[in-house]
Design a binder for this molecule. Structure first.
Ligand code: ZN
Length: 689
């Protein structure tokens, strides 16, 4: 599970000490000021492109640098898979657009060209033609006629055609896909009443209906199984005659060409692993990729959870199921990371007290874990991201996702410090806080504590939030019982644990925050964001789709409604602008606790009807008037609602004997160049899979 982006205004985290940056020639090091480092490289459509640094890289041993290099290569090799998973035509479309960008001989200036380039950048950003967040099809800002002109004046032999297909055939095929808003308009369709498998444009289901999927798993999943595999995690479901089949993603199977490359880099990584635990985990991951056996994936996860000592760690695989409306199939992602030892102390202070937090939680006693096991939490710095984690990145990750592994073996949580730092630097002076805070006191309070409330929220969301609570005996995993509402409620549960404790004296007692005021600053931000600011990500008239957004609005609306008689949160108008003011922080904390208790009950009992009522009643519908107001207020500030990142590139220095003598970290600063480089180096899959 992951937190996908900053909740708040991204002030500057105070805990991060930036390391040294080596000069280009690598001969000397000096402490550079941020003055000559460009955090934000460009802004287009609704997107802002940011860079991040890897503090501490140059001080690593050669073995660790080499390990990071191998893992980064493994990460990049899976990149094509996310495009194909997101939509079956994505790879072909991307290659068509890239060929135009590289070879078009006409005028490369003017509105049309800019619109084309912007569209291509948006496709890279979203790993396909559907918006990375709303999952709706991105409409090109140029005409079909201009598309014809681009195609006609680009290298004809380089277009991604099937055998016997002419360029004209390719264009005929692509036009409705690109330009007709009705064709495959949504990647993940969770609308009420639709067939969740058939109505989603993603490539997880081929000719299969929701009924087929439900029948297939009803025949296979044993609700009494105490250690169920993650059914469907690594396959496409398709029809073969009357039968429903799975096309497994493995060496020799679907996506085999990409996975073989990943495996070859993982085998090298295994050779330079930090210790036997890490080596065991990498070897099991290799076996999983080679066999596609989901039992191996569980074994890998158990081994991975045990490896808590390594300074370098990574995620590589089919991990999160947000992209599948039915919650079975996982998108490819990889995050390669380096521990930040100083900042990890903060998160450790929380994880060490996991049992205290569980015991003192407002949930019902029968839903509490008697023993919260093995929660390992770290602050890390990202070295490389790929797949579902890039260019749009999470800021917190808690894995594995299988509940029984989490209960029996624990889980690992990370807070992505250098990403949070980069976000903070990029939005320091955006003006959003001044616009949406009701008064100067709120602004001062927010500025005073900077990124601390946000960091504590992320830590607690991941470390004690997702890890808390238990499911009643005999009740199946939430995505089976709560279906399309499971992810939203899981995120709400984790957020509520964080919210509840952020206004608890315990955090002051254990030295994590200087004052309970930190909680006030956080509550202010959370309500402002959940009720107003996050709406900037939607177009007028749209419902909320994305799980984290649904969860935030659900929480805010619910506590405001339940606290209305005591005026806990008050809606105020001033100069035609809406503000939400918190009058009673203690009561608000109590209400967060009440909602946490109810959502835990729903999860523990598998109460589908209550889940549906909560999400549909509070999380989906948007007040159109307030929505328009938010858009108007944000527009004046000229800030893009979404951000994504350019990754560093690790470059090995090879000596005369062919072995690696050093690895340099380089920081590209052009989004387009980065993606052309990736396309050139890591295109392993056919146009259609
Ligand atoms: Zn989460």
């Amino acid at each position: 599970m992951k937190i996908k982006h900053l909740l708040l205004f991204a002030l500057i985290p105070t805990f991060l000490v930036m390391g040294c940056v080596s000069k280009k020639d690598g001969s000397a090091k000096k402490k550079k000021s941020d003055g000559d480092w460009k955090w934000v490289t460009e802004q287009f459509a609704d997107i802002r492109i940011i860079r991040y640094k890897v503090p501490g890289f140059d001080e690593l041993s050669l073995q660790k640098k080499t390990l990071l290099y191998y893992l980064s290569e493994a990460a990049a090799c899976g990149r094509d898979m996310i495009y194909d998973q997101n939509y079956k035509h994505n790879i072909r479309i991307r290659r068509t657009l890239e060929n135009v960008y590289k070879t078009y001989s006409g005028k490369r200036t003017g509105d049309d060209w800019v619109a084309f380039h912007t569209y291509l950048k948006r496709v890279w950003f979203s790993n396909g033609i559907h918006h990375h967040y709303s999952s709706k099809k991105i409409m090109p800002g140029f005409s079909e006629a201009y598309f014809d002109e681009l195609i006609a004046n680009s290298a004809q032999d380089k277009f991604p055609r099937d055998r016997g297909q002419s360029v004209a055939d390719l264009v005929t095929m692509l036009k409705p896909i690109l330009f007709d808003p009705k064709v495959d308009f949504k990647r993940v369709n969770k609308d009420k009443g639709v067939d969740l498998a058939a109505a989603s444009a993603n490539n997880f289901y081929d000719g299969v209906t929701q009924k087929d999927v439900e029948k297939y798993y009803a025949e296979r999943i044993d609700p009494k199984d105490k250690s169920p595999i993650s059914w469907g995690l690594n396959s496409q479901m398709a029809k073969s005659g009357p039968n429903t089949i799975e096309r497994v993603w493995k060496v020799g199977g679907m996506y085999g060409q990409s996975i073989e490359q990943i495996v070859s880099w993982l085998k090298k990584a295994s050779g330079v692993a930090e210790g036997p635990e890490q080596k065991a985990a990498i070897d099991l991951l290799v076996q999983f990729y080679e066999t596609g056996d989901l039992k191996k994936f569980d074994e890998y996860n158990i081994a991975w959870v045990k490896d808590t000592e390594s300074e370098i760690d990574f995620i590589n695989g089919f991990i999160e199921v947000y992209g599948d409306a039915l919650g079975y199939r996982a998108s490819y992602e990889s995050v390669v990371q380096l521990t930040d030892p100083v900042a990890s102390k903060r998160i450790k202070a929380i994880s060490e007290r996991a049992q205290w937090f569980e015991d003192n939680s407002p949930i019902m006693d029968e839903h509490k874990k008697a023993k919260v096991k093995g929660i390992s939490a770290k602050v890390i710095n990202v070295v490389m991201e790929s797949g579902d984690a890039s260019p749009s990145t999470p800021i917190g990750i808690n894995l594995p996702n299988a509940n029984w592994i989490r209960s029996n073996h624990g889980s690992k949580s990370v807070n992505l410090a250098n990403i949070v730092e980069a976000y903070g630097q990029a939005s320091k002076s955006s003006g959003v806080l001044e616009e949406f805070a009701y008064n100067q006191d709120e602004v001062v309070l927010a500025r005073k504590y900077g990124g601390l409330p946000d960091n504590l929220h992320t830590d607690m969301h991941e470390v004690i939030g997702h890890a808390s609570g238990k499911i009643n005996p005999g009740v199946s995993e939430p995505h089976t019982t709560l279906k399309s509402y499971a992810s939203t409620l899981e995120e709400a549960r984790a957020d509520l644990v964080a919210l509840y404790y952020l206004y608890d004296q315990k955090l002051v007692e254990i030295g994590l925050m200087p004052s309970i005021e930190v909680g006030k600053a956080h509550f202010n931000d959370y309500i402002r964001n959940g009720m107003m600011l996050q709406l900037r990500r939607l177009e007028v008239g749209e419902d909320i789709e994305e799980d984290h957004m649904r969860n935030r609005q659900l929480i805010c609306k619910w506590v405001i409604e339940k606290g209305a008689k005591d005026n806990v949160v008050e809606k105020k108008m001033r100069d035609g602008k809406t503000f939400f003011i918190i009058n009673d922080y203690k009561k608000l904390q109590f209400l967060f606790g009440e909602l946490l208790k109810e959502i835990q009950r729903i999860k523990s009992e598998g109460d589908y009807n209550s889940a549906k009522a909560l999400v549909e009643g509070y999380g989906v519908k948007v007040d159109p008037k307030l929505h328009q107001e938010v858009l108007d207020r944000v527009e004046k500030l000229h800030i893009a609602p979404y951000s994504g990142f350019i990754n560093p590139v690790l470059v090995p220095v090879v000596d005369g004997s062919g072995s690696i003598s050093d690895v340099k970290v380089t920081y590209p600063d052009d989004f387009t160049e980065q993606h052309l480089y990736y396309a050139d180096k890591y295109s392993f899959l056919p146009n259609k899979n």
